[in-house]
Design a protein around this ligand. Structure first.
Ligand code: 13P
Length: 253
């Protein structure tokens, strides 16, 4: 039985003061951490403050960076390394997000290198995959997603895969208000798990959590979470408001 995992990706939306307020408001609300795992991904500037707030209250809330450099260290102006985000208090990093792929041209190869860099630096990984609208309409959604999973996890050994969470985020459903139907999402999640089973064997594949992301809201999360292979949600917009974030965390009442 995989524990549900609800993760807020705050993207580039909040000031440092707003991020600090949001995490404080969230932690002031009673959450049953026996039933659900929770995480937040603030921007780089807010990361340390958010991580300090979480650690000071001693809550088991994961804190992620939204990206890292593929490089370890050196003359890479504007980049932020895995070690830097870890030293700011992050335990996780989101990699392969479609906004990184489509707007900043990150390829599966680069994402694979970043996954290795993250794991080497003791960061857990939320690895995002997902097809575009053209790919879905062209009938190649499954192939595209499986291809991404295979390439992004290339050379990631069995003993490290337990530190990776997958997130299926169909590009056409992000920020658009369109959500994949629970049946559509379940189909892809099932195929991802089948592929993980081919790569790592059925025992390991059964343990890996696969989150769904793309316009998840309090009114659609329950139907998604009822599906066998949907283990949680990676949420953008609806995680920016404490009331709706808490409703997502308490999706099962
Ligand atoms: P929205 O929930 O705003 O559609 O964003 C989804 C997402 O990209 C999470 O990483």
């Amino acid at each position: 039985m995989r524990k549900p995992y609800i993760y807020g990706n705050w993207k580039m939306n909040l000031s440092a003061a707003e991020s600090a307020d949001l995490i404080s408001s969230l932690l002031a609300i009673k959450i049953d951490f026996n039933k659900v795992d929770v995480g937040v991904a603030p921007d780089f500037c807010s990361l340390k403050k958010v991580a300090e707030t979480v650690h000071a209250m001693d809550y088991p809330v994961s804190v992620a960076a939204q990206n890292i450099s593929v490089e370890e260290k050196g003359a890479f102006t504007g980049e932020v390394s895995a070690a830097m985000v870890a030293s700011a208090g992050a335990d996780t990093v989101i990699l392969g997000h479609s906004e990184r792929r489509t707007i900043y041209g990150e390829t599966d190869k680069v994402i694979n290198e970043k996954v290795k860099t993250a794991l080497r630096n003791k960061l857990d990984v939320i690895l995002c995959v997902g097809e575009t609208l053209e790919e879905r309409e062209g009938g190649v959604a499954v192939e595209r997603v499986i291809y991404q999973v295979g390439l992004c996890l290339q050379d990631i050994k069995m003993d490290r895969i337990d530190r990776v969470t997958l997130a299926y985020e169909p590009v056409w459903a992000i920020v658009t208000g369109k959500t994949a139907t629970p049946a559509d999402a379940e189909e892809i999640h099932g195929k991802i798990r089948d592929h993980l089973s081919k790569m790592y064997g059925p025992v390991v594949a059964k343990k890996v959590r696969i989150l769904y992301g793309g316009s998840v809201k309090p009114d659609n999360i329950s139907a998604l979470m009822m599906r066998e292979n949907i283990d949680g949600a990676l949420v953008g917009g609806a995680s920016l408001d404490v009331a709706s974030f808490v409703k997502l965390i308490n999706f099962n009442g």
